[in-house]
Design a protein around this ligand. Structure first.
Ligand code: SAM
Length: 268
């Protein structure tokens, strides 16, 4: 019997996804979106001259935002086949070290100012070893910044997507691609109606998704349907990840009412 662990299957799913969606142009890869993700805890200027790591870099979208924010050096961790795309997409290779490893294997540098993990931990069935590795890689006083799917604010969406995902996470690329194309049109309509009615996810639709190009909106639909493992975190679970990982001064923000930006500091 061919049984692949959900952790490995998810990495495989993303490898295939990113080989087809290699580009991060437009709002999707912009500093405006980066600011939106790290708000209200950081400003891009806080990263200037810092040594940072990103766990789960995909095609390098966040790595490039970190470089644009002035990071001195970025360690980019990506375990999937997307590693090739990541290495290709880095404009300043001298400032970036790409490692094809999983997050729990991040070396214990003990000197990084920040570790970021944006949209990744909710795809890892057991994220605890990754949080521990981030802790060891940071200098005392360094910060771990994560962004996760939220449970609160997503109940209607989860009612729709969860039954669909039972099937879609098993579909091959070409079927997911066409499904994303079909779902794209009702999504465009939904975004338009959000301008007039207070529909669920209105904040996200108008502040984020509407600013994406049609191609990136299709990628986001695909990204929701594809990975084998995706967990939607409650506020308490999201905070616990960092508190249990020995981080202090853990702060959490309900980003656009549907997701969590969380920051914690390694004690001095
Ligand atoms: C949704 S993508 C996010 C990519 C990037 N952070 C961004 O926002 O554009 C999640 C990424 O996490 C990676 N990933 C999955 N499991 C991982 C693990 N155990 N350790 C590190 N990265 C992992 C996937 O391969 C994928 O590229």
């Amino acid at each position: 019997m061919n049984f692949t662990h959900p952790k490995d299957q998810t990495i495989k799913d993303f490898g295939e996804q990113w080989l087809h969606y290699t580009d991060s142009h437009g709002f999707y890869g912009s500093m405006e979106l980066f600011f939106d993700i790290i708000y209200p805890f950081l400003k891009p200027g806080d990263i200037k001259n810092c040594k940072v790591a990103e766990i789960g870099s995909g095609t390098g979208r966040i790595v490039n935002m970190l470089l644009e924010a002035g990071a001195k050096h970025v360690i980019a961790i990506e375990p999937s086949e997307a590693f090739e795309v990541l290495s290709f997409n880095i404009p300043e290779p001298k400032k970036v070290t790409c490692l094809k490893i999983t997050g729990d294997q991040l070396p214990a540098y003990e000197n990084l100012d920040y570790v970021f993990s944006i949209g990744v931990l909710h795809h890892i069935p057991d994220p605890k070893p990754v949080v521990e590795a981030a802790f060891k890689a940071l200098r005392p006083g360094g910060h771990f910044v994560i962004w996760l799917y939220g449970k609160e604010g997503n109940s209607l969406y989860l009612g729709l997507i969860s039954p669909m995902r039972i099937l879609t996470k098993h579909l091959p690329h070409f079927m997911l691609y066409f499904l994303a194309e079909i779902i794209y049109w009702p999504l465009v309509l939904y975004i338009k109606v959000c301008h007039i009615l207070p529909l669920p996810l209105k904040g996200y639709m108008l502040s984020v998704l509407e600013k994406m190009s049609p191609e990136k909106r299709r990628l986001i639909i695909y990204d929701q349907l594809n990975p084998s493992y995706a967990k939607y975190y409650t506020r308490q679970e999201a905070e616990r990840l960092l508190i249990d990982g020995k981080f202090e001064n853990v702060r959490i923000h309900h980003r656009h009412g549907y997701s969590w930006t969380v920051i914690g500091t390694k004690p001095i």
